[in-house]
Every structure is written in C-alpha cells, then in structure tokens.
Design a binder for this molecule. Structure first.
Ligand code: DP6
Length: 360
C-alpha cells in the first residue's frame, strides 16, 4: 500500500452542512516512537495502550462555501473560547492532509474542542486532539462517499492523524495498537496504525495507568525537534534495531501474560527513550529529581512486595504507573502513600486501558 490508496476519486454526494462530535483518547507507548522521517514516517515500530480518561472531544461543524476558497476557512474554539494561537497548528495539519481530503477548501469549519485533562498538566494533547479532528473530517468524507467501508474509515483516520502527529495514529482504536512496519506483525504499516492482531492474555485487558504529574510546565523540547535529533545520533541504528527486537519479544509476553518480561521491556523502553535524549547533540534531560524519586520508590516496592507495578515515561517528567487490575487496591494505596508526595501540587490522573475513539 502507498499513500495513493488514501486519495479519493469523485464523491457521490454533495453535502451542504452538518456537524459531528468525536471523543478521542490519548495513548501511552510501551515501545516508543522516537526518530522519524518526513511526514511522521517512524524510524521504528511502536505499540501503545489506548487510554480511557485522558481524551479530547471535538465538535466539527461544516458549511459548504458558495465557492471553493483559495485558503482554509476555520473558526477555532478551545474550551469555549476563541483560540487564535492554536490556528497555525491546525492550518499546518489541514495543509498536510489536503491532498487526501480534496474537499477541505470547499467548506467553512467551526472546530470546538476541549480536553478531559487540564491544559497545563504536561500531558500532550496532540495525540487525542489530532485524532479527534481527523475522525471528524473522516465523518464528513463518509457523508460525501457513503459507500466507504468501516475498515477504510478507521485506517484513513489513523493515516490522517499520523500526518498531524505520529503518536496520534495510535489513538483511533483500542486497546492495544501497533504502528510501524514490523516483520512479525502482519499488515503493520508505517502509514497508519492497526489494532494489535495477535493473542493477548486477559491480564493485559484491564491495565491501569495512574499518571503522576511531576512537572506541569510547557515542554522544553518539542517532540519534532527531539525526533529529529535521532538523525546522526551515535546510537540511533542500534536503538531502532532494539525496538524491533522488543516488539518481537512482546508478542510472546502478550500471549503468555508474562508480566516479569513485560515490566523489563516497558521500563527499558522508557529509560532508553530518555537515554537517547541525554546522548543527542544538543543533549537534554526531561526527567526531574522527583521522576527519579518515584522510579526508585517503585523499584523498592516491587522488590519488597513482589508486585507487578512498573513505570513508563513520555517525553517529559511525568510518570505513568502501570499495573494489572488484580493488584489495583494494593498498588493504588502505595501510590497514595508514597508517590503522590512527589507530584506537583499532589496531582495525578487515574486512567486505564481504553477501547478507542467514540462518535458522540
Ligand atoms: C515520546 O507523536 O508527539 O511520546 O510525530 O513529532 O508529533 P510528532 O511526535 P509525537 O511523539 C511522541 C513520542 C513519545 C513516544 C510515543 O508516543 O511513542
């Protein structure tokens, strides 16, 4: 399959106006996407748990313009307020997807969006935000072409979301989603994500992710800049190979429910991501002292109690604490007693594995 697959031929319908609302979740990568070519073509495959609580809801209203414009026509509202400073990002997204959605300049769009998590939480909203918008645009395309299959709809939504932000490709479906070509995973693609297609043990069906907000500041390094530092990075080739290997190993882990190996791979992936940042030029450190305090506490607790709690990290200081349903009471108590003290203003978000975006 190439990008051409997503370029539509003529539409059957003409739609004057309408509206649609999608709620799309965030996701947390177990195997990290870090390093890309143009248009978010990933340097290695990644896999994530789709989340449930952390989500963006986007209402898209569309009205056909009398004449096709030469520019995009959008009004943008974030949490009820007009948001001019988000516009450039959305315009860039529309420019990137225009080839695949040739109707865009034919419509005026009102985009109203809100997040379930606080804007200043340090939680990136690009995955949930861009996937929600991609889905809204796909709903309009589906009205223009009612014969579109559900399978194509989901695939193209992921494809479009990827053009906005790589990790957004993994936010359309749940509960375990893979993105990026990998030898051992049939139909895996760099162009769009897929629902993980093999056996998954029941222990991974109800995983919890408590997100500890260690530092709610703005990102010091944008992810695009970070990804690009993998070009010419002394360890990049080895890292990309490692990601492929870890994904191969995870296949067995998911099938058997092997939590010990799961923990080893997931924590190693998180630390490798940060090691890549620390060894690029320019180098940077996104962990904060409290990130390390939390990691050490988790290791101590695991040793002492034989628990299956583990952590992963994004490109930031916050810690995602992952644990299975069967241990949730004990681990949640541990989080409250010993980890919340390291959060900024004691803030954390209780999330769990989710099943993908929903039309409202
Ligand atoms: C560390 O998807 O935010 O969270 O494609 O440049 O928008 P762009 O990057 P983005 O990168 C996410 C990186 C990560 C790991 C991951 O989610 O796989």
């Amino acid at each position: 399959m190439t990008e051409k697959y997503f370029i539509p031929s003529e539409y059957q319908n003409q739609i004057e106006k309408g509206e649609v609302t999608w709620k799309s979740p965030s996701n947390i990568a177990l195997i990290k996407y870090w390093g890309k070519e143009a248009n978010q073509i990933p340097a290695n495959p990644s896999i994530s748990f789709t989340l449930n609580a952390c989500a963006t809801t986007t209402n898209l209203k569309f009205t056909r313009r009398k004449e096709r414009g030469t520019e995009f026509s959008i009004d943008l509202f974030f949490e009820g307020k007009r948001k001019e400073d988000f516009k450039p990002k959305i315009i860039t997204f529309l420019e990137r997807v225009e080839e695949y959605l040739p109707f865009l300049k034919q419509y005026h769009f009102i985009i109203e969006t809100s997040n379930s998590f606080p804007h200043s939480s340090g939680i990136a909203s690009s995955a949930s935000g861009l996937s929600a918008l991609a889905l809204g645009l796909m709903s309009l395309e589906k009205e223009l072409n009612p014969k579109m299959t559900e399978e194509f709809f989901v695939k193209k939504a992921s494809f479009l979301a990827r053009l906005g932000s790589g990790s957004a490709a993994r936010s359309i479906e749940g509960d375990l989603v893979e993105w990026g070509a990998h030898n051992g995973i049939e139909n895996s693609s760099n162009l769009h994500a897929i629902k993980y297609p093999y056996a998954v043990h029941s222990v991974f069906k109800k995983y919890h992710d408590t997100i500890l907000l260690v530092d709610k500041g703005q990102k010091e390094v944008s992810s695009t800049v970070g990804h690009n530092l993998m070009h010419g990075h002394p360890f990049s080739q080895q890292r990309f190979k490692q990601a492929h290997g870890n994904l191969t190993k995870l296949k067995g882990v998911f099938e058997k429910g092997d939590l010990k190996t799961f923990i080893e791979i997931v924590e190693s992936e998180a630390l490798t991501l940060h090691a890549m940042m620390m060894t690029s030029l320019p180098y940077f450190v996104l962990m904060k002292p409290n990130t390390l305090e939390i990691i050490n506490k988790i290791w101590e607790f695991r040793k002492k109690t034989n628990s299956n709690v583990c952590f992963t990290l994004d490109a930031g200081a916050n810690v995602h604490v992952l644990y299975p349903e069967s241990e949730k009471d004990v681990i949640f108590q541990f989080i409250k007693d010993e980890l919340v003290a390291f959060c900024q203003n004691g803030q954390y978000i209780c999330d769990r594995i989710g099943f993908g975006a929903k039309k409202m």
